[in-house]
Design a protein around this ligand. Structure first.
Ligand code: EMZ
Length: 356
């Protein structure tokens, strides 16, 4: 594990020695080699191929900046917040964050809202289940679903991401179904538990710090900074691996070819030599070079969508909610044996009292 911000950035930048394009699943921690063969794209490709896909996908993944997209997202979030206000004690994970992530994903894919009903049934992680950290049967549900959606889009083209990928070409060559599937798996898997945890953590934070919510109500101009700060502080994705292509040194340690390193975004984001009071949330933190969305050529493709979700969530909460009270909670602890880290909640029962 590479821990310091400077070292993490250096390795993330150096894609030749620390590659992403190894066997599919190998750069994920824990490795997903046993549950999938499809290469997630562009995440598991290296330059120059990686860049061709990024150039193709970037405009689509920047759509969350468009006003129509923002309006729809506002509507989705306002409705969910109203539900919690109205229903009283609610499990934020299953009834709010999971639904929010799934409904917002219909905007990113540009597919009918009803599809979110299917995805909500999959639960918070597409590869993990109560039974197993890596559940091959569960993964198969996602793969079959995507295969099916690609076939449907071939038969009936629409304005969806599937159709857009089916129409696209790189260097005059159409994308293969396998490549399209690789983009779609990443879109479903990469932003699922991460977004769900970011949303739940944001709500838990406002419950524990009521003055922060009132401050943001009074100073909405600091909301963009607060978004970055909360994402830095929570770092929803702990780390991402790379495969070492040649014997080298990293952070004063020798590493051998074909071994794996991990770039620990969560640790880098608390690097005390970079961030003043790294373990505090400073809502209007001015210098915030966090790497919660990764760094270098592989920085997060879904970051625009994720940022828009947290920004809209905060704005909606300041408009509609006075205080948040947590009644009970069950932490979600990532446990890789050598270390544990709280990444969010399995359950968070809360009440929203309305702001009038
Ligand atoms: C992979 C990963 C991407 C992986 C940016 O992260 O997210 C994980 O949750 C998935 O399990 O397959 O998509």
């Amino acid at each position: 594990m590479i821990l310091g911000l400077k070292d993490v950035r250096k390795c993330a930048h150096n894609w030749k020695i620390f590659q992403s394009g190894a066997v599919p699943g190998r750069i994920v921690v824990p490795s997903e080699v046993s549950i999938r063969e499809t290469r997630q794209i562009p995440f598991e490709l290296d330059p120059p191929e990686h860049k061709h896909f990024r150039d193709l996908l970037n405009p689509w993944f920047k759509r969350p900046l468009e006003q129509g997209y923002i309006n729809s997202l506002q509507q989705i979030i306002a409705e969910l917040v109203d539900d919690v206000i109205h229903n009283g004690s609610t499990d934020i994970v299953s009834e709010f964050s999971l639904k929010l992530q799934s409904r917002a994903l219909t905007l990113l894919l540009n597919v009918p809202y009803e599809e979110s009903l299917v995805w909500i049934n999959w639960g918070t992680h597409v590869f993990r289940s109560n039974e197993s950290e890596l559940d091959g049967e569960k993964a198969a549900i996602l793969y079959d679903y995507i295969d099916n959606q690609i076939e449907l889009a071939i038969k009936t083209p629409s304005d969806s991401l599937y159709s857009s990928l089916l129409n696209a070409s790189i260097d005059g060559k159409k994308l293969s179904k396998e490549q399209i599937k690789g983009v779609m798996i990443l879109t479903f898997a990469g932003g699922r538990d991460t977004v769900i945890n970011a949303v739940t953590n944001t709500i838990a934070y406002f419950a524990s710090q009521p003055s922060s919510l009132s401050r943001l109500r009074k100073e909405p101009e600091i909301i963009p900074r607060a978004v970055e700060e909360l994402i830095r502080y929570f770092s929803p994705l702990t780390h991402m691996g790379r495969v070492v292509t040649q014997d080298t040194d990293v952070a004063q340690q020798g590493v051998t070819a074909d071994s794996r390193i991990s770039l620990c975004w969560a640790s880098a984001n608390r690097d005390a030599s970079v961030f003043e009071q790294p373990n505090e949330v400073i809502l209007d933190r001015k210098i915030n070079p966090h790497v919660a969305f990764g760094f270098g050529p592989h920085n997060c493709l879904g970051a625009t969508h994720a940022r828009q979700i947290i920004k809209t969530l905060i704005t909606t909460l300041t408009n509609k909610v006075d205080t948040i009270e947590v009644l009970s909670q069950q932490d979600n602890i990532e446990d890789w044996g050598a270390f544990q880290r709280k990444i969010g909640y399995e359950q968070l029962n809360a009440i929203f009292s309305p702001y009038r």
